[in-house]
Design a protein around this ligand. Structure first.
Ligand code: UDP
Length: 505
């Protein structure tokens, strides 16, 4: 017998009086911090709002790290899937991209397909209600389908960014451009994205020819997506319709925009590398600055820029006379985890000249705390999607310097479609001129013209996000925002699928 919609909605909602249900959700992210973080955020959100049990699957070393990250009272079960990196030509004990140089990332992705038999066994033993798997783990969709288990891909990327990224891998359109195109081309199955330029391609795509390891992996991976039952996105339908539409059309499956799903601050501290001391220094420093007067500069958890770009950026920060916090890491060509040598990598006398108005933070800063401080006016970012939604959730306009993966297209979404961003540079090797950076920083931080328009737009987006994640305990779905409703709809679809599977037996 099928459960009625209202009964389903009520049966998935967690309340203190209701026990956690037997129904289990299995979550399986790729072994990279940028993937594990949004999965963990989603797991914690499901735990707090819904009644399901949650099992979080990953390789032993990642699970070990996660144990110290989960709140002590969490009911989320951490489950190891056996994996030995040295069996796959990877350095010993390398189970996360954060310990691997870039050329090894593809090898880790290829090695991850060897987890299939063990994952199949996990699903056979546990018979979960559904699987929420990483976008790099397309093969899990085929495993789940064989076993009659509901499966979704969870994307920590924007709909628009991932749509461009997938379309590029599926079609490799840049291989077919002709001489008169000036480097521009369109995406054959995503014309709505308008023209893309060669300079917006991440390195692995610009080098792809269909025969290389990345092309082969992505083509295989994406073809498995057709076996999935839908997609979850860490985004908001109100500003990311175009990309979400691409996936509905391409895969003919439901797409549920459930974001932004953000890690609570207790868990952020242990996932990242921030210290209580850095947090205190940043907070006190920001408290001493006027409203909307600070530029925050950070390129995410793993990127850095070239030595010459670093010099230009420092010169721009020196000349523009604005307050700033800059998360500094050694430039390309040096060990990113080594000590930052300001005397070597920054212009002579830089620190002295910006004293009082510039704060350099080594390696890792409490980003969400910074972005939520009212002294912050703008964010110069690589446009990783986590950074972007953290900025938007706080109404902070952005300056985009995309560097890899779908970041180039996140920048397009934010600038062209949403209007809260100005692109300042592209890639880790492009030529950057300090005067150009100064002009754009002044434009975005200004309270006039385009600057004030962007700030207004960013503030509207903040409101839109607040409305989207609105939830209610009274189970009156009319009071829920679009993202909360989407999460309910996803679980209703999983329950309906399970009921259907039983009735067929
Ligand atoms: N982050 C942080 N402090 C830093 C750098 C990064 O807290 O100094 C966090 C940031 O808040 C975000 C994540 O790390 O949640 C970076 O994710 P994103 O998708 O922006 O970029 P990626 O690191 O995956 O390229």
């Amino acid at each position: 017998m099928k459960l009625k919609m209202a009964e389903m909605r009520s049966s998935i909602t967690s309340s203190s009086s209701r026990r956690r249900s037997e129904k289990e959700v299995v979550m399986f992210p790729f072994m990279a911090q940028g993937h594990i973080i949004p999965f963990l955020a989603l797991a914690l959100q499901i735990e707090s709002k819904k009644s399901f049990s949650i099992t979080f699957v990953n390789t032993p070393l990642n699970i070990r790290k996660l144990r110290s990250t989960l709140p002590h009272n969490s009911s989320i079960r951490l489950l190891e899937i056996p994996f030995s990196s040295s069996d796959h030509g990877l350095p010993p004990n390398s189970e996360n991209t954060d310990v691997l140089p870039y050329p090894y990332v593809i090898r880790l992705l290829e090695a991850s397909t060897s987890l299939k038999p063990a994952f199949q066994k996990i699903l056979q033993d546990r018979k979960p209600l559904c699987v929420i798997a990483d976008l790099f783990f397309g093969w899990t969709a085929s495993v789940a389908k064989e076993l009659g288990i509901f499966h979704v891909v969870f994307s920590g990327c924007s709909g628009f960014g991932l749509a461009c990224y997938c379309s590029l891998w599926l079609n490799l359109p840049h291989r077919k451009i002709n001489d008169g195109s000036d480097g521009y081309f369109s995406l054959p199955d995503f014309e709505e994205a308008n023209k893309i330029h060669m300079s917006q391609l991440p390195l692995n795509i610009s080098e792809a020819n269909g025969e290389d390891a990345w092309s082969k992996f992505q083509f295989q991976n994406l073809s498995h997506w057709f076996n999935s039952d839908g997609m979850l996105f860490n985004t908001v339908s109100g500003f990311d319709q175009l990309g979400l539409m691409y996936f509905r059309r391409k895969f003919n499956r439901p797409v549920w925009p459930i974001g932004p799903v953000l890690l609570p601050s207790e868990s952020r501290a242990s996932v990242g590398k921030q210290t209580e001391f850095t947090s205190m220094v940043c907070r006190e420093w920001l408290d001493s600055k006027p409203l909307n007067s600070v530029l925050y500069v950070s390129f995410g958890s793993m990127n850095t820029i070239s030595p010459s770009q670093m010099m230009e950026l420092a010169t721009a920060l020196d000349r523009c006379n604005k307050n700033f916090i800059w998360v500094v890491r050694p430039p390309i060509g040096f060990d990113i985890n080594s000590e930052f040598k300001a005397e070597e990598w920054l212009p002579e006398g830089f620190e002295e000249r910006v004293k009082g108005r510039g704060l350099l933070v080594q390696s890792w800063a409490p980003q969400v705390e910074i972005l939520s401080h009212n002294a912050v006016s703008a964010f110069l970012s690589h446009c990783g999607w986590n950074s972007a939604i953290e900025s938007l959730s706080n109404g902070v306009p952005m300056l985009a310097w995309p560097m890899a993966a779908e970041q180039f297209f996140n920048a397009v979404l934010l600038e062209r479609e949403v209007g809260v961003c100005v692109e300042v540079a592209r890639g880790k090797m492009c030529e950057v001129r300090h005067q150009d950076l100064v002009d754009k920083i002044e434009l975005v931080m200004s309270n006039r013209d385009k600057g004030s328009e962007m700030r207004k737009k960013a503030s509207e987006l903040k409101d839109m996000i607040e409305i989207a994640v609105k939830d209610d305990d009274e189970e009156i779905s009319g009071l829920k925002g679009s993202s909360s409703k989407a999460l309910d709809d996803f679980f209703c679809a999983a329950m309906a699928y399970e009921t259907e599977q039983y009735s067929m037996k």
